[in-house]
Design a protein around this ligand. Structure first.
Ligand SMILES: [Zn+2]
Length: 300
């Protein structure tokens, strides 16, 4: 039922580079393609959201490059000529904040988890940038990283215009930098929730055990609409779907480990699963199995 409502709410807004989609009266989105960054998709593989307040725009996630970020901003300005006041970054993966320099130039304040600043300051962010420039040639050449202006590690409320924006750290889960943003009944969930798109469980700071608890917490918040880092707007069914995938991988890997199987045998046994028709299965699933195999060794 909710899905039908989404479709009715949707109406594409014409823009030059990136098509913006109207999600609610005050929320617009850019919906990236499914897949890994490539020259063809220009790294446009994730979502970005603009929230219109009486004082200006608030943006959730920057997209992968400053070029894409500028196109998104141009789209927002066509809807309403107003400054971008804040950009909130849901987590430290490249497709969510590597467009940061465009927003810095536009004078926006960037808000992120405290651990994202550490990630920048200890040099890890630039190492990741160098690695993805090699892995995905022709996509990230224009990226220039810089630290967030404001960092959070406990829930905070931001008041802009008449809107109250709650920023709630939920770490560690997908990464150690995950922020959930609540505006009324809308919850921006980054990559914590997805629907029929395999989540990436292989981050070095992942905790799938805690991630499952985070998903319960998200459910208890009873959001009416979930807006994620990839794919279409979602309802609570997506939380159950994400839980079922993570639980499936965890429980099967655990059982086979206990039976004494080696990692390669477990990977082979879990190559084909009920989730195999989901987006990003080829790209992420085997890495997820491998990552959970290791995670279970060190889990508290
Ligand atoms: Zn991510």
């Amino acid at each position: 039922m909710l899905k039908l409502t989404f479709i009715l709410l949707f109406s594409a807004v014409l823009s030059f580079g990136i098509d913006l989609i109207k999600v609610t009266d005050s929320i617009y989105m850019a919906k990236g393609e499914y897949g890994l960054p490539s020259e063809e998709n220009r790294g446009f593989v994730s979502n970005s959201y603009g929230v219109l307040t009486r004082e200006g725009w608030i943006v959730i996630d920057t997209l992968s490059t400053p070029e894409l970020a500028r196109e998104f901003m141009e789209g927002l300005k066509r809807i309403k000529e107003a400054p971008v006041l804040y950009v909130i970054i849901t987590h430290y993966h490249m497709d969510h904040w590597f467009g940061i320099s465009a927003y810095k130039e536009a004078g926006a304040k960037v808000i992120a988890h405290r651990n994202l600043r550490e990630f920048y300051e200890d040099g890890s962010a630039d190492m990741v940038l160098e690695a993805v420039k090699k892995a995905f040639p022709g996509v990230f050449e224009g990226v220039e990283l810089s630290p967030p202006d404001i960092v959070v590690d406990s829930p905070v409320k931001l008041r802009v215009g008449r809107k109250v924006i709650e920023i709630i750290p939920m770490t560690p889960a997908h990464t150690n930098t995950d922020l959930v943003i609540r505006i009324g009944s809308v919850l921006f969930v980054g990559d914590l929730v997805s629907y029929k798109r395999i989540p990436f469980l292989g981050d070095r700071n992942v905790s799938t055990k805690r991630w499952l608890k985070v998903l319960d917490r998200i459910k208890e918040m009873k959001p009416g609409l979930l807006l994620g880092g990839h794919g279409d707007p979602m309802d609570l069914e997506a939380v159950d779907w994400t839980k079922s995938y993570i639980t499936y991988v965890r429980e099967n890997v655990r059982r086979m480990k206990e039976e004494g199987l080696f990692v390669d045998e477990i990977k082979e046994a879990l190559r084909d699963t009920p989730f195999k028709d989901s987006y990003m299965y080829q790209e992420f699933h085997m890495r997820n199995v491998y990552s959970i195999f290791n995670e279970l060794d060190t889990e508290l």
